[in-house]
Design a protein around this ligand. Sequence first.
Ligand code: ZN
Length: 148
Amino acid sequence: MPGEEYIETYVPGEIHIGRLKHGDDLLAGILALCTEKNIQMGAVQAIGALSTAKVAYYHQNEKKYQEISLDGHYEIVSLIGNISLKDGVLLCHAHIVLGDETGNTQGGHLVRGCTVFACEVIITALKGKTLQRGYDEMTGLPLWNFKL
Ligand code: ZN
């Protein structure tokens, strides 16, 4: 079946609802919740606000991330991501949309350096094979390798 090697099927497990602490690093805080609840495969969503913000943009030609520090305070309009493993280590791949005081939004790939003002997180644990990330030649990214 075409594409069969690029898809796995999961059953939703427990849904964890958490609140990150004021001053936490957003990405580290999400990973800490996953570690605490022993989640290796999952779907993440969050809303809230940040007191400092940083995102990254992937330059496809150079195959490099560029970090972008954003000044000011932001609403987390939307954070969506997933949990899996890379080199046996828990990895949260998430993208975030941030809203400023004028209602304009910016966003990108979530990196460390986002300081939580307040944040509500929902993590759905997924039952099934734990996916491992492996280097993808075409994109230069650590993508899911369904054969690992
Ligand atoms: Zn990304």
